[in-house]
Design a protein around this ligand. Structure first.
Ligand SMILES: [Zn+2]
Ligand SMILES: [Zn+2]
Length: 376
């Protein structure tokens, strides 16, 4: 079967993606053939395809990325039990189901996580013209394609959750970006009504964190960014205060103390910006929690005064995929969306898949928060 796909090749100055024809075969016993209708673009797609071959994650090219897929099941391997042909599905991360962490409901820390989700597997998908083997099963799904062979472990059935076909496309990013921000608040920071929550970086992940802090009725919710348009949007979604780090003579601690003289209960960092992270740790109130969900530049090491940790009971932690189990987090986010409390329709912009370069440019200049490529 020949299908269109966005194929990433060895990065040059950044990601090196092209729209190409690839050839895919039938699903293996524990795989599903999915007709992809939409795929969200997440920063991880860009970050990982900027890393040359090899490296810490064993990246290989050519590669089909895409890990926020949505689509319809076309064919199932003989051991597949979660879905049947015709089911509508969202795609999320892969886990092995067998290791100790998978068995204790912590599949986001599966021993195979990095290998299977970031590196994926080589072949049997090939480039149509050159017959080169392609690295696929990125996050178990490689969903930047019209059709993809997906690991059963990555599939979440949503047939019964949808009210229209359009919703399938809208919900595509629930499988990674939105659940990461949501879970960082709900499962890790775990704030209450008296807490001051600060979200740094108001992209799609940050907005999901912010909406969840509002769902938790947090007293003060501070949005931090360098784009005014994003801060305005953050206000409309529940931020009680905003901080623009690009104002002249910006001072982080002064800006925070002006909003909350006693400091911040929890910080969710989606920026990975070292300087901001160090300032944010300092701004934590006693018993405050710093939650990392973004990668800092390679090799960055946090410079830290340990005294402020033990003297104030501060915690520094991080999480993968918001510590979410997609089979639980996706229905939860859909329910909040229906209640008007998780309005992701305000964050998503659609692009025909062939226009992926425009989507990347708009993500880069801050004009689009969450681009979703459509394949239909
Ligand atoms: Zn596992
Ligand atoms: Zn992602």
């Amino acid at each position: 079967m020949h299908v269109k796909a966005v194929v990433a090749r060895e990065p040059a100055a950044g990601p090196n993606w092209a729209f190409e024809d690839v050839t895919i075969g039938p699903p293996a016993d524990d795989e599903v053939l999915v007709k992809i209708t939409a795929t969200g673009i997440c920063h991880t797609d860009i970050l990982l395809s900027s890393i040359p071959s090899g490296g810490p994650f064993g990246m290989g090219y050519p590669k089909v990325l895409g890990h926020e897929g949505a689509g319809i099941v076309q064919e199932t391997g003989k051991n597949v039990t979660k879905v049947v042909v015709g089911d509508k599905v969202l795609l999320s991360y892969y886990s092995c189901s067998n290791c100790a962490r998978c068995r204790s409901s912590r599949p986001m820390y599966c021993t195979q996580f990095n290998l299977e989700n970031y590196a994926g597997r080589k072949g049997p998908v090939v480039c149509k013209d050159s017959n080169e083997e392609i690295w696929t099963r990125f996050f178990g799904q490689s969903s930047f394609a019209e059709y993809s062979i997906v690991a059963e472990a990555s599939v979440v059935k949503v047939t019964g959750l949808l009210q229209s076909d359009e919703e399938l496309n809208l919900f595509a990013p629930l499988g990674c970006g939105f659940q990461t921000g949501m879970g960082a608040v709900l499962n890790v920071a775990d704030p209450g009504p008296e807490d001051v929550v600060m979200v740094m970086g108001m992209g799609a992940v940050g907005m999901a964190a912010l909406m969840t802090a509002k769902i938790r009725n947090c007293r003060t919710i501070v949005a931090v960014d360098r784009f005014d348009n994003r801060l305005e949007l953050a206000k409309s979604l529940g931020a009680t205060h905003t901080i623009n780090t690009m104002v002249p003579d910006f001072g982080f601690q002064d800006a925070v103390r002006e909003i909350s003289p006693t400091g911040v209960s929890a910080v969710i960092d989606t920026t990975g910006a070292g300087k901001l992270i160090e300032e944010a740790v300092e701004s934590l109130a006693p018993l405050g929690k710093m939650v990392h969900i973004a990668s800092p530049p390679p090799g960055y090491k946090l410079s830290l005064d340990i005294t402020q940790l033990f003297a104030n009971g501060k915690t520094i932690t991080g999480c993968i995929e918001g510590n979410c189990l997609p089979s639980e987090s996706i229905p939860q986010m859909v329910q909040w969306y229906r209640e008007g409390r998780f309005p992701i329709d305000k964050l998503v912009t659609y692009y025909p898949a062939v226009d992926f370069a425009k989507a990347l440019a708009h993500m880069h200049d801050g004009s689009t928060l969450k681009p979703v490529l459509t394949w239909a």
